[in-house]
Write a protein of this length. Sequence first.
Length: 131
Amino acid sequence: MLEVTGFYVAILAFIYIKLTLNVIKLRGLHKVRIGFKNHKDLEQAIRAHANFNEFVPLGLILLACLEINQVHKIIVLILGGLLFIGRFLHAKSFTIIDTDIDKRRKGMQFTLWSIRLMSVVLILSLLASFI
């Protein structure tokens, strides 16, 4: 059972919903069905949503692989936490018109480090299973 992964899927889903609702709200406000038609706030909301969709699936697949390969739950929990913090900070950085570049940078750093560390731990756990 993927308990830790399931937990992070559930809490990341709330961020996904919030980012989706931001796009829907701004599309309605600006009466834009496709694209962003030079509305900076809408473009920003679309990119925040897209960026989330670009990174979270890989992170969750790696997390699930770690859990399936029986990496200690504490390690899986910590690595999932890094992914969550990264995605939360990154999403939060887009909630103002002029993106909070420090939060955005920290969000990407946490996200990329979580993916790097999950990849290394997964490779090591797979190598250990062959020994």
